[in-house]
Design a protein around this ligand. Structure first.
Ligand code: ME8
Length: 516
């Protein structure tokens, strides 16, 4: 089955920070999981390059907007490799193919009768690139998100008839109660709709850095329409020699809560106006906080994803963010917190379990895994787990899914202590024919470890592959995830998955070098 999953496309006027990395990691977990289930995944990310924030920064620096975006987009593209992101395509909205498709789609919306010309007057935040409605205006006409003064805008614009989609949107939310998750965000979007929708600008006349409106070349399209449409346009050119538009639509979007209105209201309305199916689901994340405040470039409190990965490895950063911050909620992150989880959970819980399990097979059975059944106690503890994880991931309960698996990691650690294989090995010395008890424990442990490695792969892509290679059982196929489904093999060497000497250099993991 075709499956498209996306991250927000990032504004290029700042350097990437861990908050940006967060949605990339969440989307990557979903992409990897779906590949394990055999889906034909198209995982899309990229940069949002138009609009006045970019034009303003370029003007300040005395360069063209195109020069600025060409300089900055690669910084976001470069985040993919260190994060072990498996994205399939990096879309840039200044791409001519994207621009042509935006023009075609928005002309269709006009031809369908949803666009008209009128004067606009109202409050506008240049940082959000958002026309604020009355309920979204802070004290003294400020932006509640950025704290800056809103601008009073007056211009002749093309408008999108959003108000006409009030009922269709209410119906969408009623018929598909979980199309926006978590529920708190769904309710927030629905309340906004029920408050009454006003028409929104489709074009801007005051700006020239954007996609020209074909029927009125003095205008460019309002940057949010151009940006949202990336999710659609890239399907046509994101995979060499193939058009995925029909096979992979509708998509699943991972976004942050600050861009909910655009994705849960404007976007489905625009798609309805163009006669295109609305997205499959919106998964809305909260904010990563530092010392209680949103991590953001303007606050200067950002953590540099490159430095964190350098210090602890990609797997640890991915794991930490998704374990520490329940997806959908806000949560504080810190390098100390990362170090603590690295040591207690990755190195001790998982790393030790894996290394001692393989070491015992080498010591007691010359590396050959005994060809016996898995202990029923552990088989029972894992029963139904892959399905539970699948459901949770589909529903955006990403952190709960990880926790379900981690409980089994802990269960396996308890199993080692309960069965004490070293005692069984001593008993075998007195009764060499009686190998059944230790055989069962060793097979159960290696299968349990293999199972959690398959299940954890989306979160820990590099270390799980190393572990599965050491078990000589490299398959990531989801259907083989349960203990007992793996081959009987000879195990290899396994250097520590999470060495204890990592992340000691505080400087490298400190606040980002380019945290302007
Ligand atoms: O909003 N914690 O781009 P953007 C969690 N171009 N997420 C965070 C975060 C934090 N501290 N800081 C930022 C845009 N984000 C538009 C999107 S999509 C068609 C256009 C998230 O670069 C933020 O919530 O400002 C948003 O989802 C994403 O980073 C991109 O932010």
């Amino acid at each position: 089955m075709g499956y498209e999953v996306t991250t927000p496309i990032f504004y290029v006027n700042a350097a990437p920070h861990l908050g940006h990395a967060y949605s990339t990691i969440v989307a990557d977990v979903l992409a990897r999981h779906r590949r394990q289930r055999g889906d034909d995944v198209f995982f899309l990310t990229g940069t949002d390059e138009h609009g006045e924030p970019v034009a303003n920064v370029a003007a300040e620096r005395g360069i063209t907007p195109q020069e600025l975006v060409d300089e900055n987009a690669p910084k976001f593209a470069a985040m993919r490799e260190p994060l072990e992101s498996s994205s399939d395509y990096f879309v840039r909205t200044s791409d001519e193919r994207h621009k042509a498709a935006v023009q075609e789609l928005l002309t269709r919306v006009k031809d369908n009768g949803h666009v008209y010309e009128d004067d606009y007057e109202g409050w506008y935040c240049p940082k959000c690139a958002d026309f604020k409605t009355d309920s979204e205006i802070g004290e003294g006409n400020t932006c509640p998100i950025h704290g800056i003064d809103l601008l009073r805008e007056r211009e002749r614009n093309w408008f999108f008839r959003l108000s006409a989609f009030q009922e269709p949107l209410e119906r969408l939310f009623a018929e598909r109660p979980d199309w926006v998750v978590p529920a708190v965000r769904r309710n927030e979007a629905l309340a906004f709709i029920k408050g009454g929708l006003q028409d929104v600008s489709l074009s801007r006349a005051a700006i020239s850095w954007g996609v020209p409106v074909p029927w009125d070349p003095e205008h460019v399209f309002y940057v949010w329409w151009d940006a949202l449409l990336n999710y659609r346009t890239a399907l046509a050119f994101g995979r060499e020699g193939e058009d995925l538009t029909d096979s992979h639509w509708p998509p699943v979007h991972v976004i942050g809560k600050d861009i909910l209105k655009f994705h849960a209201i404007y976007w489905p309305a625009l798609l309805m106006a163009a006669g295109i199916e609305v997205p499959r689901r919106l998964l809305v994340g909260g904010f990563l906080l530092v010392d209680g405040a949103k991590m953001s470039k303007s606050r200067g409190n950002v953590l540099d994803p490159f430095a964190a990965v350098e210090a602890f490895g990609a797997d640890a950063v991915r794991f930490y963010l998704l374990r520490e911050v329940a997806f959908g909620s806000d949560g504080s992150v810190s390098i100390d917190g990362l170090r603590a989880r690295y040591e207690t959970e990755l190195a001790n819980d998982l790393g030790n379990l894996a290394s001692r399990s393989l070491a015992m097979v080498r010591r007691y059975r010359d590396g050959r895994i005994p060809d016996v059944a898995v202990d029923a106690e552990i088989a029972d503890a894992f029963a139904g787990l892959p399905d539970t994880v699948t459901t949770m991931l589909d529903e955006g309960r990403i952190s709960q899914a990880l926790d379900e698996i981690w409980q089994r990691v802990r269960r396996l650690n308890r199993y080692v202590e309960e069965r004490a294989p070293w005692t069984l090995a001593k008993a075998e010395k007195d009764a060499p024919d009686d190998t059944a008890a230790l055989d069962t424990v060793l097979r159960t442990l290696t299968e349990g470890v293999r199972s959690v490695a398959v299940l954890l792969h989306p979160w820990l892509p590099a270390s799980t592959v190393r572990l599965l290679e050491a078990l000589d059982a490299p398959s990531l196929v989801w259907d083989d995830a349960l203990p007992g489904g793996g081959p009987v093999t000879t195990v290899g060497d396994l250097p520590p998955l999470f060495p204890k000497d990592r992340g000691v250099d505080d400087g490298a993991a400190g606040r980002g070098a380019d945290a302007g």
